[in-house]
Design a protein around this ligand. Structure first.
Ligand SMILES: [Zn+2]
Length: 410
């Protein structure tokens, strides 16, 4: 009987602990280093490069836009999340990484001065690796019921979906992740076929199929932080009860363990009083609603990575329809009326003597309409579109393009 009780108690404890490991990043990286021992030294070099950039690199204030592809790998229709759910995640990222999140004001005044606009934005890619148009979303039906935290979700031949060139795209796989995880990511330096972020479909975005209290898109904010080189506030591993470890960021307080739920301020550990743990930081484990900030030090670390080991992402030539330099004369065409509420007209200055394509995208890069213009004047119906800012791109076969902003009101 006694051994039976011990068995049940230990089962309860271990299950409970397992469920508390929200993020598989540290464990997955440790496993990968076992498989590829040379990765340990490669990671140390990458870390040193980042620290060198922080110390000496040229700091130019300019927003960096990261092209994203979302791979939805689903076994049930519920797991095949909607475009709206995906777009809601892009919105969260563009709020959290620009300090535009509505709950930024909940940051305790003692930490307000450390909260940073990271000056990084995200958009869905408009071109796939073959140069074809895409809405930046792939959908793959799979026989795999539960991925159990496996990287096989990143492999088409294993029932998942191969990633796109990770030096140009941020790959995000959304699936039934399993293993009690909300998500995991790999920092820079891992083999290309593994590079990217994996998120459970119940924790992705802020509208759709979501499980409170992880229903405000902060799992992805957290995991992309790892992808850009950030560590947990308590350092790598499950806890830091002896307070020896650090996240190698100077302005985050030392912290003993992950925080869960939403502690009341201040919550002290590691002699870090009077302000205590920065449990509202995106790199802790608190509830989505409780998270509010990155620090300036974390921003510097992420920018350092984008200027060294992930410079390919910073310099990516992947087109996100919301960004890009107009190469065609913007007087090539006119769109009117603008603002509009039911329809609008594209008028070319002259009859096209080569194929000209138009693409209408919304403010975060989702393609709404695309076609070839054959007439000098073309009318487009937008009565079904939501109000907001849109971008109309005209492009020649050679890739020359011009972009105009269109405001839709209702
Ligand atoms: Zn994490």
């Amino acid at each position: 009987m006694r051994s039976l009780i011990v068995f049940f108690v230990s089962l309860f404890v271990s299950t409970n602990l397992f469920a508390q490991v929200h993020c598989g990043t540290d464990e997955k990286l440790a496993q990968l280093i076992e498989k590829y021992p040379e990765l340990k030294q490669a990671r140390q070099l990458i870390e040193q490069q980042a620290q060198d950039w922080i110390a000496n690199g040229e700091k130019v204030s300019a927003v960096i836009t990261i092209p994203v592809v979302v791979h939805v790998v689903y076994n049930t229709s519920t797991q095949n999340i909607s475009n709206a759910q995906i777009l809601s995640q892009l919105e969260v990222l563009n709020e959290d990484y620009r300090k535009l999140n509505a709950n930024a004001s909940n940051t305790p005044s003692e930490f307000q001065g450390l909260a940073a606009d990271v000056e990084v934005e995200f958009c869905l890619a408009s071109r796939d690796p073959n140069g074809n148009w895409t809405d930046g979303i792939t959908r793959t039906e799979t026989d795999v019921v539960n991925w159990n935290g496996s990287d096989l979700v990143k492999s088409t031949s294993d029932g998942g979906k191969d990633g796109w060139e990770p030096s140009k795209y941020l790959n995000i796989w959304v699936c039934n992740i399993g293993s009690g995880l909300l998500g995991y990511a790999y920092p820079p330096g891992v083999p290309s076929y593994l590079d990217g972020v994996v998120i459970g479909y119940k924790y992705f975005g802020k509208t759709g199929t979501l499980q409170p209290p992880y229903n405000k898109g902060r799992t992805t904010t957290h995991e992309i932080g790892h992808w850009l080189g950030l560590s947990h506030l308590w350092g790598n591993g499950l806890s830091n009860t002896n307070c020896n470890a650090s996240d190698n960021v100077s302005d985050t307080p030392a912290q003993a363990d992950p925080n869960y739920g939403c502690p009341s301020f201040p919550h002290e550990s590691c002699n870090n009083g009077p302000n205590g743990d920065m449990f509202m930081n995106f790199l802790d484990y608190t509830n989505d609603a409780c998270m509010t900030m990155f620090t300036t030090g974390q921003k510097q670390k992420m920018l350092a990575v984008l200027n060294s080991s992930r410079s390919g992402i910073k310099n990516s030539d992947v087109i996100c329809a919301t960004v890009g330099v107009a190469e065609l004369d913007n007087n090539t065409f006119d769109i009117y009326p603008n603002p509009t509420n039911k329809q609008f007209t594209i008028e070319l200055k002259e009859l096209p003597h080569e194929p000209i394509f138009y693409t209408l995208v919304n403010s975060i890069g989702l393609v709404m309409a695309r076609a070839t213009l054959t007439e000098q004047v073309t009318q487009i119906n937008i009565a079904d579109y939501q109000a907001g800012v849109y971008f109309m791109t005209l492009e020649t076969e050679q890739g020359q393009k011009a972009i105009k902003k269109l405001l839709i009101t209702h």
